[in-house]
Design a protein. Structure first.
Length: 182
């Protein structure tokens, strides 16, 4: 019963987070993400994200290894994917800095991993979550991680107009020269 309740909560919060992102894409004049320095937007956006991730972590602990993925795949493919993704996220955070990473204007960066992809942290998160889903071997965790991955696919669409507003022509040139993901 606890596992099912946590799973349902993760689905609800994950869907709410995706709806916030979609709102930001469709109604950019009233965007919730990027939140900038507006406190309620920061709390709402990051709160929904971290609550979804926290519920996924609880499911990892409670629903570990209940799916049926062979150990060779779980660890042979999952561990390298998780490590690669984590490395890419860390490189992106180190290059961009925490303010920019959290959606606060801190400067326009095109070095490090940002010379290869406009969204190395999101790409790294997607790869890492795929690896974690394999390692954990839980259908419930995989579904929640798919929601989180969907958010990482949608987030750049919400951010691009904001980045154009913040950095103008420099961002438009960068956008043409550098792929969104790969």
């Amino acid at each position: 019963m606890l596992i099912q309740s946590l799973f349902l909560a993760a689905l609800v919060v994950g869907y709410v987070y995706i709806l916030l992102i979609l709102w930001s894409i469709l109604v950019p004049s009233r965007r919730v993400w990027p939140a900038g320095t507006t406190k309620w937007k920061l709390v709402l956006s990051w709160g929904a994200f971290y609550l979804t991730v926290g519920l996924a972590v609880a499911l990892i602990v409670l629903d570990w290894n209940r799916w049926g993925i062979p150990s060779e795949v779980r660890f042979g493919l999952g561990v390298p994917l998780a490590a690669l993704g984590l490395g890419l996220v860390a490189w992106g955070v180190r290059t961009l800095g925490l303010e920019n990473t959290h959606g606060l204007k801190g400067g326009f960066i095109t070095s490090g991993p940002y010379q290869f992809t406009r969204n190395p942290q999101y790409l790294g998160d997607i790869v890492m979550l795929t690896g974690i889903s394999l390692i954990v071997n839980s259908a419930l965790v995989a579904v929640v991680n798919l929601l989180i991955i969907l958010s990482f696919i949608l987030l750049p669409l919400a951010e691009e107009l904001w980045l154009e507003e913040q950095y103008g022509e420099a961002y438009l040139r960068y956008k043409i020269q550098t792929p969104r993901f790969l």
